[in-house]
Design a protein around this ligand. Structure first.
Ligand SMILES: Nc1ncnc2c1ncn2[C@@H]1O[C@H](COP(=O)(O)OP(=O)(O)OP(=O)(O)O)[C@@H](O)[C@H]1O
Length: 348
């Protein structure tokens, strides 16, 4: 297994900078997601890793080997990487087994060695029983697993995945998330996975690179990004929560209940720090607010099965998102206790 190093990589299309001095070190065997809104440069970064695009500046390395720089461009077929596309790109006239075996057949593998490779790849995605079917006779999720098996058959060091679940319905996506995690555990391959879906990235990846306008805004484990988002923008993009102005703390600091509540009660002109409060850190009681609680008016109530999601209006005019086990009446007053908050950097 080999690690992947991206060092100050820039890609321009004419005047437009699609990827802007991006640096990342992906450890061998790590499952990494490139996450960001549409147009932030995720696919362009993936295509540079695959070798379909040249870099304008910076360096890409696989282990000690330089794959791309201003002077070097190793062609895609010599990078020992495989890419899985959103569209699967399977051949409709070939059987599942022939689709999977195609890359190694191209390299001249035949006979028992060929059969063994194909069987092994199909076993990794649990599709041995479907070897003789054509792709049309498979579900969307099964087709995506064929595409995965086809990329694994050539033992790549790195597997690149471009929104591989985008064409699947919600239920199938959830099933496929398990397949991807399984697949990663069984193969130990280094995976780079592009998605604009934060919940998918959180469910799958060991580490997430959050991108905005071609730049890396934060890089870390899903739990870390959720608990300690760096900027207001990352906090808004990952998970749910409310951003409130308080007179306490500084960016990168966690506020405990007492200082958070104190800071929220200060004068508006002093409340200059933006704080993220996650809904699971709010307790709601349906009685009048005590001194250490915030009075709030219920503006909306949504039933989410396991709980109700409340949108509350604070005296400051700010909105607070909270969960509760029962549904308070619309327009009623409740009392909110904020258990903790996380201080954010403003966006540039
Ligand atoms: N071949 C190209 N020529 C010109 N501009 C391009 C080219 N490829 C991408 N771009 C531009 O670069 C920017 C980044 O595109 P990219 O496809 O990498 O974004 P993305 O984050 O993958 O978006 P999406 O989630 O919508 O696929 C966009 O503004 C896009 O229009």
């Amino acid at each position: 297994m080999t690690g992947l190093t991206i060092e100050r990589v820039t890609k321009r299309f004419g005047e437009h900078t699609a990827v802007d001095e991006l640096s990342l070190a992906v450890a061998p065997g790590e499952f990494v997601a490139l996450l960001g809104p549409s147009g932030c440069g995720k696919t362009t970064m993936l295509r540079m890793l695959a070798g379909f695009e040249a870099v304008n500046e910076g360096t890409l390395r696989l282990g000690n080997r330089t794959l791309a720089s201003t002077e070097i461009h190793v062609p895609p077929e010599q990078r020992n990487m495989a890419m899985v596309f959103q569209s699967y790109a399977l051949w409709p006239h070939m059987s599942v087994a022939d689709n999977v075996g195609y890359p190694v057949k191209l390299r001249g593998l035949r006979g028992a060695a060929y059969q063994h490779k194909v069987q092994q790849a199909l076993a990794l995605v649990e599709l041995e029983a479907y070897a003789e079917r054509t792709p049309q006779a498979l579900s969307g999720g099964q087709r995506q697993r064929v595409a995965l098996a086809r990329c694994l058959v050539s033992d790549p060091s790195v597997v690149l995945l471009d929104e591989p679940l985008a064409n699947l319905d919600r239920h199938l996506r959830a099933t496929m998330e398990h397949s991807f995690r399984d697949f990663h555990q069984r193969t130990g391959a280094t995976l780079v996975y592009v998605t604009h879906d934060q919940s998918e990235a959180m469910a799958l990846a060991d580490k997430i690179a959050v991108m905005k306008a071609g730049k890396l805004v934060q890089w870390g484990a899903p739990e870390m990004l959720y608990r300690e988002p760096r900027t207001a923008w990352v906090a808004g993009f990952i998970g749910q929560g409310s951003q409130l102005n308080v007179a306490a703390g500084r960016p990168g600091q966690k506020l405990e209940s007492a200082s958070l509540m104190h800071g929220l009660n200060a004068m508006a002109s002093e409340r200059t720090q933006t704080v993220l409060v996650r809904p699971e850190h709010i307790r709601i009681s349906l009685s009048a607010a005590m001194a250490d609680q915030l009075p709030a008016q219920v503006e909306s109530v949504i039933f989410r099965g396991e709980r109700y999601e409340l949108s509350l209006r604070l005296p400051s005019g700010e909105t607070l998102l909270a969960y509760h086990h029962s549904a308070p009446e619309l327009g009623s007053q409740v009392a909110a206790t904020l258990l903790q908050g996380w201080c954010l950097e403003p966006d540039q």
